[in-house]
Design a protein around this ligand. Structure first.
Ligand code: ZN
Length: 275
């Protein structure tokens, strides 16, 4: 499993726990969900005391973990020999936290003790597959990469939200507010967007195959590189030839007659099946 990062809340918990434990060590094993570290497993009854927290981690039963976390009493975050021995036993993501236990005082190592970069992700809304969220308020939220597959998001508010690379396959976004929403690289295949507000939305490189975009408002939306194969754009408002000239394909797309004619005249390649 490739680790994409650590959940912001999980990191905050680690830093808090390390701080409150100091000068004693805090230690635990890291567990992931969908490639993101979301859990710290502290064995019940683990008595943490200086120098032996790491040794006690060795004695944990065979638990599925992607790595470990422990704190040092001082600002030095270099792994000791005992640390390196632990690293080689469990996973490939090992966090050492040091004094003063803030957002700058932690380092992640791989199993050999090399420093590796671990992204901090805000994933409170990580998995909403099939969820019923009609009318939900996500205004301005960071939902990058979130899974909303087949979710009911009718009339939900995503104004100015970050939905980069989000999975919205076959989701119901009827009349949703997506004004100024960042949808770059998002997957909207077969998504129902009827009547949605997409004013100023960024749909660069988005997958809109067979999406239903009837009567949406696309004023000043960025459609560069968007895949509109089989999409329904009938009655779409504020949609211009210029915007559509930048898409990846309009193969089998449904468009109002006037737009269809000017586009077919000027940009016939957009209507050919893309390889
Ligand atoms: Zn250590």
């Amino acid at each position: 499993m490739q680790i994409k990062g650590i959940e912001c809340d999980t990191l905050n918990f680690i830093l808090e726990a390390s701080k409150s434990m100091a000068p004693e060590e805090f230690a635990g094993l890291l567990q992931e969900k969908n490639g993101i570290i979301t859990e710290v497993l502290i064995l019940p009854g683990t008595e943490s005391s200086e120098q032996n927290a790491v040794i006690k981690l060795f004695m944990m039963p065979n638990i599925e973990a992607v790595g470990s976390i422990h704190s040092h009493p001082g600002p030095n975050r270099k792994p000791s020999q005992a640390d390196l021995h632990l690293f080689s036993k469990t996973g490939n993501c090992h966090i050492i936290v040091g004094y003063p236990y803030d957002r700058q005082s932690w380092t992640c190592y791989d199993r050999e003790g090399n420093v590796i970069e671990l992204q901090v992700l805000d994933t409170k809304f990580e998995d909403f597959e099939g969820a019923n969220l009609d009318g939900a308020d996500f205004e301005g939220a960071n939902l990058e990469g979130t899974d909303f597959k087949k979710a009911n998001l009718e009339e939900a508010d995503f104004e100015e939200a970050n939905l980069k690379r989000a999975n919205l396959i076959e989701a119901d976004l009827e009349r949703a507010n997506l004004e100024g929403t960042d949808l770059r690289g998002a997957n909207l295949e077969g998504t129902d967007l009827v009547g949605a507000n997409l004013v100023g939305a960024n749909l660069e490189e988005a997958n809109l195959k067979r999406a239903n975009l009837r009567s949406v408002n696309l004023k000043e939306a960025n459609l560069k590189g968007a895949d509109l194969e089989g999409a329904n754009l009938k009655g779409a408002n504020e949609l211009t030839v210029d915007q559509l000239s930048k898409v990846k394909t309009l193969y089998n797309a449904k468009l109002d007659e006037k737009l269809l004619k000017s586009l077919k005249d000027k940009y016939p390649h957009l209507f050919k099946k893309s390889s």
